[in-house]
Design a binder for this molecule. Structure first.
Ligand SMILES: Cc1cc2nc3c(=O)[nH]c(=O)nc-3n(C[C@H](O)[C@H](O)[C@H](O)COP(=O)(O)OP(=O)(O)OC[C@H]3O[C@@H](n4cnc5c(N)ncnc54)[C@H](O)[C@@H]3O)c2cc1C
Length: 504
């Protein structure tokens, strides 16, 4: 029994990533007494970065789509009242992403900001497929317009699943496109939801890709700056926050409803409702004491974690190395077939993404983060080890992999000889720092007919939000928080408090 008195709250929110912070702020603004509990030492989940030699590096938030005024990301920030504290920096509109396909003679495809601009540019690359290109991008737009929450400044309209949620991206691309480079280019943003084209519903792919085709950019000061702004707002709204402490179990089950949780520091929390924003496997573990339907348990157990990334973090010595540095995301793909490259059996070099970050705003020098797709089996030998206690073979693996990444970058950027690598992270690093099983980047794969946990769970006062709930990535995690709060407080109250229009 704890020596300390119980903590009482209306709503307990587990996890302080973008989903947990969004949920806690909205509930507190609805006059609920909210307790936010975070296992990690600091608030922010995947938003938190780290510093080396005076340079800030992001871990789980390098860029986002829909970042320009009037688009979804600034709209969500305004709903949370943090828009004045967060500065958004859009990438180079003429080329937000640069894709290079080495298997196709280093074919280079650029992605400008905006659907119309992309239709025009890609039609000039593939003139014979111009009609299909227009169809593809118009369909992305239609899917976004029929998805609840993806239209800023419009009232929330509930849609069910769409026809496009029952057909795979691969089926669509194979039916519509011929050129393998075009199919590859249209598949690239599968890297931003983690489910390969043959498995992902076209609808899910469209929801992620639409925003990235609208625009791309970063938060000034990185994910940590966004986490700080959300934290400040949460505190101002009266959210009570406990960090460095996990919710370990639920008890006091009455009529299959939990009203108490025990924390890892021994304290007991009593609550009316609880929102869980962790990985679905961790949610299932916490729900263990309840009488759950076998069908529900099996549904969650069948979910598959997405792949993740090996990351190299480097400082560029000297001034910003090339004109336009930091305005585009550069990606190198050894093949055009993402089903092959996103399969754990892929033997070659993985897709490699390079994000450039300028100096300033907390960093004394320009820097880069290089993310290479990675699978759990690559670090399986050390899966039982924990941070700071890994054997020398593991460190040798990281060193060799970073050397190879550095070599590959020579093909991509002209300043690679001015790079000083200061750190690297494997799937195990992400697993242990971000508390994500296997170090998966986007929670669970959203395969056709299979979705993560979202909203009210079979136990009446428990809810699930987070990146596995709705759309993967930071913006999707935040959106899931809005939807869960709407379910909890009711549509009328939600609509009278939130989702207010006005130019973002
Ligand atoms: C290498 C990498 C790069 C990425 N790049 C991008 C990017 O550029 N753009 C983008 O949009 N997305 C990116 N992502 C994905 C992004 O990080 C996630 O979508 C986002 O962080 C998910 O937010 P969340 O709130 O759902 O979960 P999280 O941010 O994972 O937060 C969940 C929190 O719950 C806490 N927790 C878990 N269990 C407990 C417990 N029992 N008690 C208390 N707390 C608990 C965890 O410590 C964690 O802080 C990347 C991910 C990775 C790994």
């Amino acid at each position: 029994m704890s020596a300390f008195p119980n903590i009482h709250c209306d709503d307990l929110v587990i996890g302080s990533g973008p989903a947990g912070l969004t949920t806690a702020i909205l509930l507190a603004k609805s006059r609920r007494k909210v307790l936010l509990v975070e296992r990690g030492a600091a608030v922010g989940g995947g938003l938190r970065g780290f510093s080396r030699a005076g340079v800030h590096f992001d871990t789980g938030f390098h860029f986002t789509g829909s970042i320009r005024p009037g688009e979804l990301f600034p709209f969500l920030l305004r709903q949370l009242a943090v828009d004045q504290r967060v500065k958004l920096i859009a990438g180079d509109d003429s080329c937000t992403h640069r894709f290079v396909f080495s298997s196709a003679g280093n074919a280079e495809i650029h992605v400008p900001a905006g659907i119309e601009a992309t239709i025009e540019l890609w039609s000039s690359y593939f003139p014979k497929e111009a009609e299909a290109i227009r169809w593809y991008f118009t369909t992305l737009k239609t899917i976004a317009s029929k998805t609840m929450g993806m239209q800023p400044d419009e009232p929330l309209v509930e849609y069910g699943r769409l026809d496009e949620d029952y057909v795979s991206l691969k089926e669509v691309l194979d039916t519509k496109f011929h050129d393998p480079v075009l199919k590859g280019a249209a598949s690239v943003f599968a890297m931003c939801h983690g489910t390969p084209p043959a498995k992902v519903p076209f609808g899910v792919h469209a929801r992620v890709s639409y925003g990235l085709h609208q625009s791309n950019g970063v938060v000034e000061g990185g994910g940590s700056a966004l986490a700080d702004a959300l934290l400040e707002e949460a505190l101002q709204c009266g959210v009570e926050i406990i960090t460095g402490c996990a919710v370990e179990s639920f008890q006091r089950l009455e009529q299959n409803i939990a009203t108490e949780a025990t924390l890892s520091n021994g304290r007991v929390v009593t609550f009316q409702r609880c929102v869980m924003t962790q990985h679905p496997f961790q949610i299932l573990q916490l729900m263990h004491p309840f009488k759950l339907h076998k069908a529900f348990t099996e549904r969650v157990e069948m979910l598959e974690p997405t792949s993740g990334y090996f990351a190299g973090f480097g400082i560029v010595q000297g001034d910003a190395p090339v004109p336009g540095f930091s305005h585009s995301i550069h990606s190198l793909f050894p093949d055009t077939d993402f089903d092959k490259m996103m399969d754990a059996s892929w033997q070659g070099d993985g897709p490699l993404v390079l994000i450039e970050v300028p100096a300033g705003h907390g960093s004394v020098a320009p820097s880069v983060s290089a993310l290479e797709l990675s699978f759990a089996h690559e670090v399986k030998a050390w899966e039982a080890t924990s941070l700071w206690k890994r054997p020398k073979e593991y460190h040798a693996y990281k060193k060799a992999r970073l050397t190879r990444v550095a070599q590959r970058l020579k093909e991509m950027v002209p300043y690679s000889d001015r790079m000083k690598w200061v750190d690297s992270a494997s799937l195990l690093t992400f697993r242990d720092y971000l508390q994500s099983p296997e170090g998966s980047a986007y929670g669970v794969m959203q395969k056709i007919g299979q979705y993560g946990l979202f909203g009210r769970l079979p136990i009446r006062n428990l809810y699930a939000a987070g990146q596995s709930a709705f759309v993967p990535g930071v913006m999707g995690s935040m959106l899931s928080g809005f939807f869960v709060v709407r379910q909890m407080i009711g549509k009328e109250l939600f609509d009278s408090h939130f989702w207010k229009s006005g130019k973002g």
